[in-house]
Write a protein that binds this ligand. Structure first.
Ligand SMILES: [Zn+2]
Length: 245
């Protein structure tokens, strides 16, 4: 197969663009900003879980507080009733002693309930402080998460822009290529490796393998417009210099 030197030069350009597009694709799937964002999301979720646990504990203590309060209120009403009975004087000695005994028991019961209530309320206060800490942490994490998201979006947009620029350069270049040369190039690329490589000294620029003396002599002897392939990887071996050189 033959291809003008200018066509070979365009192919070299195309292979460079494809290498750049491959680097861009790799960058897109290995963004450090994505890793940072995912890490932040995990931290944020963990803080949310901790917050939920503390909230449930506070609710549980609230329920205990109202239980104690209503028990205390009931005891207080019993005490009140007993006291007014005592005050009314309409009782005999036996009833009086029973009432006094019950009142003493009720007062002890009230003290014990009030102690328990105090304990629960102290614990609740500790949890409230913990809740405030967790809320502060989650607020900070939300801000971090938002800026991580923004950094990720920016990185994605930059990569996408670069991909579009290189991709349209590729389209323009492909349009100028001889279809047969382009087909050969694409077929070679379909194997997974580069479609073409520049001959660099004794090495193939596509597979980096050193070409044997005999093969090299045969390649050097071929006409400039002869399309030669790397004997190792099959890539189109280009003996031209890049545009800028
Ligand atoms: Zn090669």
């Amino acid at each position: 197969m033959k291809a003008e030197v200018a066509q070979q030069r365009s192919l070299l350009e195309l292979s460079k663009l494809d290498a750049e597009l491959a680097r861009i694709a790799h960058r897109a799937t290995h963004l450090p900003q994505r890793e940072a964002y995912e890490r932040m999301k995990v931290e944020h979720n963990a803080a949310g879980d901790r917050l939920a646990v503390v909230r449930i504990a506070v609710e549980d203590l609230d329920a205990q507080v109202s239980r104690f309060e209503s028990e205390i209120e009931a005891v207080r009403q019993r005490e009140e009733r007993d006291r007014s009975l005592l005050r009314s004087g309409a009782t005999d000695a036996k009833q009086l002693s029973d009432l006094q005994h019950e009142l003493d028991t009720l007062i002890r019961r009230q003290t014990s309930l009030e102690d328990s209530l105090l304990e629960v309320m102290e614990h609740r206060e500790e949890l409230e402080a913990q809740l405030a800490v967790e809320l502060g942490a989650i607020e900070a994490l939300e801000a971090d998460l938002a800026s991580a998201q923004q950094a990720l979006d920016t990185a994605i947009a930059e990569i996408e822009q670069s991909r579009q620029v290189h991709s349209s350069q590729r389209d323009a270049l492909t349009a100028t290529l001889d279809p047969a040369l382009s087909t050969l190039y694409e077929r070679q690329r379909a194997g997974g490796g580069p479609g073409a490589g520049q001959l660099q000294g004794h090495r193939c620029g596509a597979c980096r393998i050193e070409i044997g003396r005999g093969e090299l002599a045969r390649i050097s002897a071929a006409a400039d417009d002869e399309v030669v392939r790397c004997p190792e990887c099959g890539a189109i071996l280009l003996r031209v210099k890049a545009f800028e050189q």
